[in-house]
Design a protein around this ligand. Structure first.
Ligand code: UD1
Ligand code: MG
Length: 460
């Protein structure tokens, strides 16, 4: 099926995710660990889709229901195949035999633990198939080649891949290594894969043997060289952290490229799906969890933490603010220091500048939420809503006991504990009355300095 343009060629991406990830020392399957706010599997599936892998097969281990669930959530059309026993990378690919048998033009074999491969790198592999290769492999030159398979080449031709433990001392001096991912022409894939055996030191079916077999069959195999970052595989928590660091560099560079102003980008942590409008400024030490959109002209000040939130045009957040999932800030909203917002719509121009908790609420346009205001949304059993009308003024240190509605333009006296609805434009004060006892403090001091016996303790 060579000769057709890449865009026109059908493509199956097979994602191998059956590994236990023993070295992660975690109860969680390896493919479900996260970098940049999404699972390793999500990164791989995104790259596969962007490279044109319209058809996706995910190979999971036995009882890896969580991996299958994540795969279905991310790619509802993906087919899940189970590899009952871990018998090697070729064996894992063949778990998806039914999908391969449909003979797509291109097959991309991807690893669930290699999340940074760029779609362009995968497209390069597909282009090689389009030019007539039966097998195209990604090669790279790691700083430390230990543990990787070595690419045996002659001129442009790739003759074989030798796993390190099966390689001769001479072959081990080769610096061009196997990244692991490869592309196979659909037409010949099964013929090649079915010839792979397990006669090697590990007794496994090695996908890497596809190269020598293709060569024996008179088919062409090629290697495409790419950078080490693309090929980073994750086996340990240390590698997870290193890969996160590489991803953060990429995400910061992309944000700067898109025009975000950051004076210390190296201190800002982003998620793969963080979205920025024009002229956004992000101060140092800000963390963007998944699902954040920051619109044009917004300012995110230092030490703020955001996830699942929208920050509207011209809004200002922080320093030291926390936006939790469902925080939806309209244009020009101000959320100041030590303010936490969760599942709340804050309409245009409203302000909560200091020390507040706003949860399960709507704050109308232009409302002013005084310092220390708390929406008491939880009664220990269920969550309840607070609705504050536009232009309302909530005096400092008020507790709004939900469910409760404050009408448009209403005014709540400071320190109130509001338990009933307040009509529009009304004043509500709900606090103990102030009592004043003239001279009381002076009498107390006298009582203390003279000793209890000589002075009478003031009572009234
Ligand atoms: C593999 C390559 C090696 C390459 C390296 C790059 C083979 C035989 N070797 O070695 O040449 O340099 O990647 O990182 O391919 N998996 C399954 N089922 C299995 C075995 C593996 O699903 O039975 C999955 C793993 O979950 C993982 C991927 O396949 O996502 C790679 O397996 P792994 O054991 O990590 O291969 P390496 O030894 O790293
Ligand atoms: Mg590996």
């Amino acid at each position: 099926m060579s000769g057709k343009k890449t865009q026109r060629r059908t493509c199956l991406a097979i994602v191998l995710a059956a590994g236990e990830g023993t070295r992660m020392r975690s109860a969680k399957p390896k493919a479900l660990h996260m970098i940049g706010g999404r699972t390793l599997l999500a990164h791989v599936l995104t790259a596969a889709t962007q490279a044109g892998g319209g058809d996706i097969a995910v190979v999971v281990g036995p009882d890896h229901y969580a991996v299958a669930t994540e795969a279905r959530a991310l790619a509802p059309k993906a087919t899940i195949f189970e590899q009952a026993q871990r018998r090697g990378t070729a064996h894992a690919v063949l778990a998806a035999r039914k999908a391969i048998a449909r003979q797509p033009d291109d097959i991309l074999v991807m690893f669930g633990d290699t999340p940074l491969v760029r779609p362009q790198t995968l497209r390069d592999l597909r282009v090689a198939l389009g030019r007539g290769a039966a097998v195209a492999v990604l090669g790279f030159r790691p700083e430390n080649p230990a543990g990787y398979g070595r690419l045996i080449t002659r001129g442009d031709e790739l003759l074989a891949i030798r796993e390190e433990r099966d390689a001769t001392a001479e072959q081990r001096t080769i610096t061009l290594c196997n990244g692991g991912l490869m592309a196979l022409a659909g037409e010949t894939a099964l013929k090649i894969l079915d010839r792979i055996d397990n006669k090697n030191s590990k007794g496994e079916f090695y996908l890497t043997d596809a190269v020598a077999i293709a060569h024996d069959m008179g088919l062409k195999a090629v290697a495409i060289e790419t950078g080490e970052d693309d090929m980073r595989g994750i086996n340990t928590k240390a590698q997870l952290a290193e890969t996160e660091a590489v991803l953060q560099k990429r995400l910061r560079a992309a944000a700067l490229d898109a025009g975000v102003t950051m004076i210390a980008p190296e201190t800002v942590f982003l998620s793969a799906d963080t979205k920025f409008g024009k002229d956004v400024t992000v101060e140092p030490n800000v963390v963007f969890g998944p699902g954040v959109t920051v619109e044009d002209g917004a300012l995110i000040r230092a030490f703020s933490h955001l996830e699942g939130a929208r920050v509207g045009k011209g809004a200002r957040v922080g320093p030291f603010a926390r936006l939790r999932p469902g925080a939806d800030l309209g244009a020009d909203v101000h959320i100041g220091n030590f303010v936490e917002v969760k599942a709340a719509k804050i309409e245009a121009g409203a302000k909560a500048n200091h020390l507040s908790y706003i949860g399960d609420a709507r704050i109308g346009a232009g409302a002013n939420i005084g310092a220390g205001t708390i929406t008491c949304n939880y009664d220990g059993v269920a969550k309840h809503r607070t609705d504050i009308g536009k232009g309302a003024f909530i005096g400092s240190n008020s507790a709004l006991v939900a469910p409760v509605k404050i009408g448009d333009g209403a005014y709540i006296g400071s320190g109130s504990v509001v338990t009933r609805n307040v009509p529009a434009d009304a004043l509500a004060i709900a606090r103990g009355e102030q009592t004043v006892k003239a001279g009381w403090a002076k009498r107390l001091r006298a009582h203390k300095s003279l000793g209890r016996k000589k002075a009478k303790k003031p009572t009234k």
